[in-house]
Design a protein around this ligand. Sequence first.
Ligand code: PEP
Ligand code: MN
Length: 316
Amino acid sequence: MLIKLKSESEKDKRHLRSYLEKKSRNFKIKFAFSCAEAIFTDKTEAASLAPKLEALDFVEEIYLSIEENVPFLISLKSGGKKGFLIVAGPCAVENEETYIKTVKILRKWGIVYIRGALYKPRRSPHTFQGLKELGVPLVEKARKRYGGEFVTEILSENDIKKMSRVFDVFQVGARNMRNYSLLRSLGKTGKKIILKRARGASLDEWLMSAEYLVKEGARDIVLCERGDAGPGAKDSGINFNIAMKAGNISGLPVIVDVTHSSGGPEYSFRSALATKAAGLGGFMIETHISPKDAYVDGKYALPLKKFRDLIKTLDV
Ligand code: PEP
Ligand code: MN
């Protein structure tokens, strides 16, 4: 059973708990924002308690079945304008020279969210998989010198602790949107989380993954549309419709990964302009000081100079 309270008041939560302690022999309760999930060992208790709970003056609504909705996400009500978010940087942190230089330039141009992953999910296990822990000192150095908010993808729960020290934002990649155990662990970190839509995932599935994060306590979530293609199709495409709807339902900022969804720097440039026109929350883009030398995704990266043209054109 899900009990939606009228506010997040701790006093009301205590009242609810003691009320249930008097009425039920065996139950578990968990709070997230203004919601409480109560699980009763004896299922009939839930049904008989529902009308009584609904009559309490601090209770807004009761949902007996919480299978197919996203109450925690909605109760977060994070709506409101948050500005236009730009997440930019190389696909991966590669080496000290290019990384530190790139961060310096991006920060000078006013970019706050710096991407550059230490873990890369690659199709082939023989390709560069990211610097992993070896990259931590580079990120620390960049952060100390230039500030900003640093973003890495996280592939495994085992890496969360050691990466928490140096990264401000954890990215759930398209491949892991359905990794519920990873979502649960990331939800507990208190970090900002960028949640990509998996290839082929429906709006509901995407939001439900966000619900996993919120249920564990995450408050700061950004949804990221990364595009997908039909079966057998080579070219990916941005689903603006799903992105706009996700924003409307959840109130969360929705950005578009204009690099992995496009197919080259010319298209990522134009797609970035389109995110603004569509009234979305911003975009994520891969940019590189010298795309031809990039370890990963060089052919998709927008050269840094062109990235500067983009932010000038956008005037954000
Ligand atoms: C990425 O952003 O570096 C990435 C791997 O993207 P995706 O999960 O969308 O493939
Ligand atoms: Mn990439």
